[in-house]
Structures are given as C-alpha cells and as structure tokens.
Design a protein around this ligand. Structure first.
Ligand code: FAD
Length: 480
C-alpha cells in the first residue's frame, strides 16, 4: 500500500516537472515578448512554488503556500540552491529546499509565519547576507534560505521598490537601510550627503544584517565601538513571523537580543545606522592627536573611500590568481589584556613558532564601547584584543598550507587557551556541542535561552549556527 502511494507520487512529480517547466517557460517567453513581463514572472513564481511543494513534500495544503503571495522569487534554480549551500569558508555544504529572493519585509514575514505555523513536518529558515561566514552559519538543509543581499531589483518587471533603498536623514544623521544591503552600498549612498557610518568592518562586501548579527568590528572599533553600538532602530521578523520595530525604547528586549544574536531571534529587514560627517582624507587630522617620534612615521595617504574599501583591492588580486575561492579555516579570538603576553608566548612563539602565512590582525577593544545588554560575548576585562588568524588553505603539496594542518593548529590554539585559563572568547563563534555553546555564553546563556524561547520558540531560525535544534526534529528544546 505504502509503496504504491510512493510510486504514484514520484510519477506525478516527474510529469508535472517536465510538462509544466516547458509550458510555463514557453508561455513566459511569449508573454515577455509582448512586454507582459510582470504576468510572466507571476507564472514562473507560481511554478517555482508548485515545484517547491512537489520537491520537498511540504505537508501544507499547496494552495496555502500559493496564497502566501510573495512578490519576490521563490527559487529552486540549481544555481541559487548551490550558491546558498556554500559560504566563504568552503568548509561545509548544506542544500536548502529553496531560496527566497524577497521583494520586501512582507515576503519574509509570510514565509517565516508559514514555517512557524506548519504542522508536524515543519521547515527552517536561514537568512543569508552575503554568505561570508566560515562554518555554514547561514545554511540549512531542511528549509528555505532567504537571500537578503542582492534581492534589490530581483523583482521581475518592476523597478527597485523604494522601501528597500537606503534613505539618508541628513539632519538627524542616520540612514535607514535594508537588512541585506552591503556596507559598500551604504557608504556610497551616505557619501552623496557628505556623511558616512561611524563604525566599520575592514571589508565592506558584507551585509548589514550579517555583521549586526555578530558585532561588526575593525581597527576603529576601539574608538567608535562595534557596529552594534551604532544602531538606533531595527525592523525584525521574529521566528513567529511578526514584523516588529525595536530600539532602546520600543521592544528593547528584542533589540538587544538581535544585536550580536547570531540570527537566533529574528531576521533584520531594516536598520537605522548612525552617521557622521565623512572626512575626505584623515591622516593629517589623526596625526595631530598623537604623540610619536617624527622619524618613525610611515603614512599612506588615501581618499577616505579608498581607505575604507582597501580590502576589496586585495580581494580582486586574490581572485585573479584563483586564491579567493579556497577553504578558509579562519579563527577569530578575543583575548583579555591581562593574558595577551601569555597568548603571545604560547601561540605566536610556541604553536606557530613565529612562522605562519596569511594576514593576522591584532586590534585593541575597549569594553565600555560595547553594550553588555546585546547578545554578543566578550572577555570580562576593560581592554581586550581581537586576534584574527585569516588563513587560506591551499592544495599545493605544502603541508603547512594544507587544510588539515591549519585546522590542527586552530585546535591547538583553542586547547592552549583553554588549558592556560586565558578565558578567550571566539568572535564569529563556531561550536558543535551544546556544552561548548553554554560555556561560550557563560553568564549570558540563561538570558540567551529565554530570549530564544520568546522570539523563536520553534527554533526555526539560523539553524546553521548549531545552537538549537528545530522543535519538529527533536523532543528536546535545546540543541545538539
Ligand atoms: P552571512 O554569513 O550570510 O550570515 C551570518 C549569520 O547572520 C548567519 O547566521 C545568518 O543566518 C545571519 N544573518 C544574515 N543576515 C541576517 C539578517 N538580515 N538578519 C538576521 N540574521 C542574519 N567581520 C567583522 O566584524 N569585521 C571585518 O572586518 C570582517 N571582515 C571580513 C572579511 C571577509 C573577507 C570575510 C569573509 C568576513 C569578514 N568578517 C568581518 C566576518 C563577517 O562579519 C561575517 O562573515 C558576517 O557573518 C557577515 O557576513 P554576511 O553578511 O555574508 O553574513
């Protein structure tokens, strides 16, 4: 009985796919020729949703999903699915059932609500910024990836919706941006008004929602604080499918939860970011404020925008040599100031033996520039350092550049920190067991867990972080 049913289902699926794909494509082409592009896009979208239902066997009534009426694209195109199944780290792969290119926050609300309300066999939702995670944090294998970046202008047959374009408020000195906006585009928009965000990442091809879900730091963070302390307000779609505005004053619990929240509590669809007048060049004014021995000065004077976008130039060089799309076993650690000398001795002079390839960043951070109400975890000292090992693995026969070697060194570094009681905290953390996550959050775990139960009680969001398992997969509320 069971076998017969399965066969029928497979057969129906095959016929449906072959016939409908041809017919709908043909119709779409004809309609497009007649400049009825919007109708064609609706047909293709309908097809995509139908195909999603057939492919993944959602237990929803199909007409319910069709009735969601998303304006963007729900895609099962192999290119979209493959893109969403990988990230910059190239260390893990997970294929989503489908990829949503949202046209607005409404699309996101509809899909998250459908996942939240789906019975027994639910599905998960992962927002994906620009896919620059290292360990699959924006991936899911049992649900839908929402492609936040690049979604502007994806809506077929219509211009970019005004609601998604950056909107600069000159007098108030802030900008409202779509959660998937890249920082490079935020910069371009604000510079038109002589303004720029106060806090940066070193690399600007990252999404606003992606960096705000971590912290967003750079060499300037000791002065301005991380990006998460330079945000006035957010629009967030929670794991219950509610679109809420939050700030210090309004829904403050959600606001603080989401900042540095690793995507666990909601999807950021709009962020209001603090601005300041943009300098054209900076070197002279910065030097005036410093004490130094004049003969030791080495400067490179650049336009402000070229300085901020400097890493992109390195990216283009690496890409041209085929050295960008390789595995990146990166390790980012916050080290308390009181133990940085021990770290130097044990790691730089010990484990690495003062020999290692790839950039290493060491940035000081001032704890008072970080808001302890956010979800991010930092060492418990007034000053701590980011130490970032940004290494690429190469398959060129050099043992010291192999993925195995670099992974082994990373494990040694973490083990050393643990055994020496350095009390380091991972930035862009990656763990695979519940004990490790509880240990990472320390005193903050209880609050983090409570917030999860409040804003994403079915654990459907950002499962690629591997903190919580979706409730439909396990009877246990907590993960792993
Ligand atoms: P993704 O990797 O796509 O997503 C990261 C996490 O955030 C996932 O869990 C995802 O589900 C969640 N998420 C994504 N969008 C949203 C949203 N709108 N709402 C809620 N959750 C969301 N970091 C720094 O702080 N400073 C740097 O200078 C810096 N430089 C980098 C340079 C390079 C070349 C790379 C690869 C990374 C760098 N990073 C830096 C790390 C970067 O901040 C993280 O990778 C971060 O995740 C942002 O990347 P993304 O926008 O592609 O997000």
């Amino acid at each position: 009985m069971y076998q017969t049913k399965t066969k029928t289902k497979v057969k129906t699926k095959t016929i449906f796919c072959v016939l409908c794909w041809c017919c709908l494509n043909y119709l779409a082409i004809k309609l497009a020729e007649k400049e009825l592009l919007s109708m064609a896009s609706k047909l293709l979208l309908t097809f995509a949703i139908c195909r999603l239902i057939v492919t993944v066997g959602l237990t929803m009534d199909p007409t319910e999903l069709l009735r969601l009426g998303v304006y963007g694209q729900l895609s099962v195109d192999p290119f979209d699915v493959q893109t969403a199944s990988l990230d910059f780290g190239m260390l893990s792969r997970a294929e989503p059932w489908a990829v949503l290119h949202p046209a607005s926050a409404d699309d996101i609300t509809r899909v998250v609500k459908a996942a939240y309300e789906s019975e027994a066999h639910g599905f998960t939702i992962s927002a994906r910024g620009h896919g620059h995670s290292i360990n699959g944090q924006a991936q899911t294998s049992n649900g839908v990836v929402i492609q936040m970046s690049g979604s502007r202008g994806r809506r077929l047959g219509s211009s970019t919706p005004a609601a998604l374009r950056p909107h600069v408020y000159e007098k108030e000195r802030y900008v409202d941006v779509w959660g998937g906006e890249l920082w490079i585009d935020v910069l371009r928009s604000t510079l038109e008004h002589g303004l720029a965000p106060k806090s940066w990442t070193d690399y600007l091809y990252l999404s606003v929602g992606g960096t705000l879900s971590n912290a967003g730091i750079s060499g300037q963070a000791f002065h301005q604080g991380p990006q998460i302390t330079n945000v006035h307000e957010l629009d967030v779609v929670t794991g219950k499918g509610e679109l809420l505005t939050c700030s210090e004053e309004q829904n403050s619990g959600l606001f603080h939860a989401v900042l540095g929240g690793l995507g666990q509590f909601g999807i950021i669809t709009r962020a209001r970011i603090s601005l300041e007048p943009a300098p054209k060049r900076e070197v002279e004014s910065l030097l005036k404020k410093l004490n130094f021995i004049p003969s030791s000065v080495f400067t490179t004077d650049l336009l402000y925008v070229d300085f901020l976008d400097r890493v992109h130039k390195a990216e283009l060089k690496l890409r041209s040599k085929g050295l960008w799309e390789v595995p990146h076993p990166w390790l980012n650690l916050f080290i308390p100031k009181s133990r940085i000398a021990d770290f130097d001795k044990g790691v730089f002079k010990g484990i690495l033996g003062n020999k290692t390839g790839g950039p290493i960043l060491i940035y000081p951070m001032n704890k008072h520039k970080w808001d302890n109400r956010s979800s991010v975890v930092t060492p418990d000292e007034d000053v701590f350092y980011l130490v970032a090992f940004l290494r690429s693995a190469l398959d060129n026969g050099e043992e010291m550049q192999s993925l195995e070697y670099l992974n082994h060194q990373n494990r040694q570094i973490l083990k050393f920190c643990d055994e020496a009681g350095i009390k380091a905290k991972q930035y862009l953390p990656h763990y695979t067991t519940q004990e490790e996550w509880v240990d990472h959050f320390g005193d903050k775990w209880g609050q983090f867990y409570q917030r999860k139960m409040e804003f994403d009680p079915r654990h459907i969001l950002a499962t690629g972080q591997r903190i919580f398992k979706p409730s439909f997969q396990s009877s246990s509320n907590m993960a792993l």
